[in-house]
Structures are given as structure tokens and as C-alpha cells.
Design a protein around this ligand. Structure first.
Ligand code: PHE
Length: 350
């Protein structure tokens, strides 16, 4: 009996030493195999009496069961160890960022443009476009700009090939030529009705787009963005300009405390003219006056160049800097960031 207990103990020890399933099968063979110790003991029973066979047989069976139980315990333990090792080896780091397709978004100046179109849209303004390569007549002459005006010099304006000396082509220096183009088209469209004595539907339009000047530093880029505004009717006054522009700025910046200042200025195409400055009452820019637009009552000569009688039609125009509006809204201090195309900068606006 003690011998049986010793065999069981030795088997248990051998099993727990087995580090792999193969080791364990070898260890099993020593006890339960064809010439294993238990098998040998059973063979040895042949010579015993019936009584002895009974009692020893039962004891051997118990020992055999104990060894089998230990074996299956160890088998299970080894299987678990193996599974763990495999899981560790094949582990996935689920915290690694996935591979994604980059998501595109709109440029901040485009976001501003769309926002301004929506605000003016709610005030009944259409949106018009014009060419970026413009005729000298639309960019300057029709806008009452004298031949010797400094803006016409090569110093300020990019002239391009394709025109004549008398009628050169240029990259538009502002969006104001679209005023003329749109008004002429509007007048043409309503000419028959006007000839029949009907009143002209008011011209109410904004014209956003790219503009070009020979200029480059942190706040000036050779290509920049403006948005023109034009409202012409029989009874449109400076008061309307003030109302419209104040409403635009307060809505755009979501600030009811925004204060506007109309500072007397000069433009050949408006009389009187004003620069529009805004002042935030709170926040990092509080108290500073920031220029955001030029404006004024459309000059009678310009009204005439639109094909309208300046005795009858009157209104206002303004030209605002879209890059400026974008910089102020998002707190960007270098205009050039908008045109570098650095995705780290641009993705912050989505
Ligand atoms: N075109 C002017 C500029 O670029 C702005 C402006 C537009 C002024 C309309 C008055 C009226 O500076």
C-alpha cells in the first residue's frame, strides 16, 4: 500500500515537472504505459490468491485513478499555459490608431464665404461671380477711376497679356468690377419692363471672389479674397448700409456687443465714402479698431455706367476682406497660413 502511495506521489511530481505535452506523455508512459509501474504491478498479480487479488486489485485501481486524475489535471494546465502563450504571441494592440482614409474639409476662407453668403441670403441678396482676369474698363474706368490713379500703376496691379495698350487686361484688384457686370446684366434683363414704365427691381447682390495686388507680407498676400456688396434702388441710403453691415458683422461674429465705426475715406467710385472699422468689447481684441471694409454711396458716374439714371437710382456698395474676417473669427494672426496648404493648420477648422 505504501508502495502504491509512493508511486502515486512520484507520478504527481513527474507530471507537474513536465513542461510540455510531450514531456507529460513520456511521464505518463512511466506509470500507465505497457511497461509502466502500475502495469507491472497488475501483471505481478497473476501469481496471487483470489483474496489477495481482490484487495490489491482494488488498491491498484485507486492508485491508477489518482494517477489518471493528476494526469488530466496537468494536461489541462499545460493546455491553458499553451493557450495563454499563444494569445500573448498573437496579441493585437487595439490601442494603435487605425488606418483611415483622410477626411477632407473646406478651407477656412471658404467656410467664411459660405457663412457670409448665407447671412446676406437671409437679407435678400443674390450672389454673383465675375472673371478674375478683368478688362481695365470694368476694374477701373467704369468705376470712375481716373487715368492717372496710383492703383492703375504696374506697382499695384498685375497686368496680363491679351489686351491692347488702350484696353489692357489685368488681374482684378478688387471685386468692384462685378458690381458693374452684374448691374449691366440686371438692367438688360429688366429693360423691357422698365421701358414700359415699370419700376426696376432693386439690385441687391454680393460678389465674393479672389483678387490680386502686388503686395506681400503677414497681412497682405498677392492673392486675397474680397466680397463686394451692392444695393441699388430708388430710395436706398447710407442708413441702409449701416444697418446691413452692422447686422452682418454681429451675425457673423455672433456678438451683439460688436460696435461699428464708419470712418470718412475716399474711393473714386463712391461719394461719400467710408472705411468700416469694427470693435469687439470683450475677448483678446477688445477695444482695438479693426478695419474690415471700404464702403460708400455709389458715385453718380458709376450709376450711369451701370446703365441707370443717377437722378433716379441711388444706393451703396462695400468691399470687405474675407481673409480679414476669417482671421478675426478664428484668431489667426498670419494671413500666409491660409495659402501654405499645411494640412495641420487647415484641419483645425473642420
Ligand atoms: N474696392 C474697394 C477696395 O478694394 C472697397 C470698396 C468697395 C469701397 C465698394 C467702396 C465701395 O479697397
Amino acid at each position: 500500500m505504501t508502495e502504491l502511495n509512493a508511486i502515486v506521489d512520484t507520478a504527481k511530481a513527474a507530471f507537474s515537472e513536465a513542461a510540455t505535452p510531450a514531456d507529460l506523455e513520456n511521464a505518463k508512459a512511466q506509470f500507465l504505459g505497457k511497461s509502466g509501474r502500475i502495469t507491472e504491478l497488475m501483471k505481478g498479480m497473476a501469481a496471487l490468491s483470489v483474496e489477495e487479488k481482490k484487495s490489491l486489485g482494488a488498491a491498484i485501481n485507486l492508485a491508477k485513478q489518482a494517477i489518471e486524475a493528476a494526469l488530466s489535471d496537468r494536461r489541462q494546465a499545460l493546455a491553458e499555459i499553451e493557450l495563454l502563450a499563444q494569445l500573448q504571441a498573437e496579441a493585437l494592440d487595439v490601442s494603435l490608431p487605425g488606418r483611415q482614409r483622410g477626411q477632407g474639409g473646406l478651407h477656412p476662407v471658404t467656410l467664411t464665404t459660405e457663412r457670409i453668403e448665407a447671412i446676406f441670403g437671409s437679407m435678400g441678396f443674390d450672389v454673383a461671380q465675375g472673371p478674375e482676369i478683368e478688362a481695365d474698363w470694368f476694374n477701373f474706368t467704369a468705376l470712375n477711376t481716373p487715368e492717372d490713379h496710383p492703383a492703375r500703376s504696374m506697382h499695384d496691379t498685375f497686368y496680363v497679356e491679351g489686351g491692347s495698350d488702350a484696353a489692357p487686361n489685368l488681374l482684378r484688384t478688387h471685386t468692384s468690377p462685378v458690381q458693374i457686370r452684374h448691374a449691366l446684366q440686371h438692367v438688360k434683363q429688366h429693360k423691357a419692363a422698365m421701358d414700359a414704365g415699370l419700376p426696376m427691381p432693386e439690385i441687391r447682390v454680393i460678389c465674393p471672389g479672389r483678387t490680386y495686388r502686388v503686395d506681400s507680407d503677414a497681412t497682405h498676400s498677392p492673392m486675397f479674397h474680397q466680397c463686394e456688396g451692392l444695393w441699388i434702388g430708388e430710395n436706398v441710403s447710407f442708413k441702409d448700409l449701416k444697418f446691413v453691415f452692422t447686422d452682418l458683422c454681429r451675425t457673423f461674429f455672433e456678438r451683439d456687443d460688436l460696435v461699428l465705426r464708419f470712418r470718412p475715406s475716399f474711393f473714386p467710385f463712391t461719394e461719400p465714402s467710408a472705411e468700416i472699422d469694427i470693435q469687439f468689447q470683450n475677448g483678446p481684441l477688445a477695444g482695438r479698431w479693426l478695419e474690415v471694409a471700404g464702403s460708400g454711396q455709389v458715385h453718380p458716374n458709376v450709376v450711369r455706367n451701370m446703365g441707370l439714371d443717377p437722378e433716379k437710382y441711388i444706393g451703396f456698395a462695400f468691399g470687405m476682406g474675407l481673409d480679414r474676417f476669417t482671421m478675426l473669427r478664428y484668431g489667426v494672426n498670419d494671413l500666409r497660413l491660409f495659402f501654405d496648404g499645411d494640412v495641420r493648420f487647415l484641419s483645425q477648422f473642420q
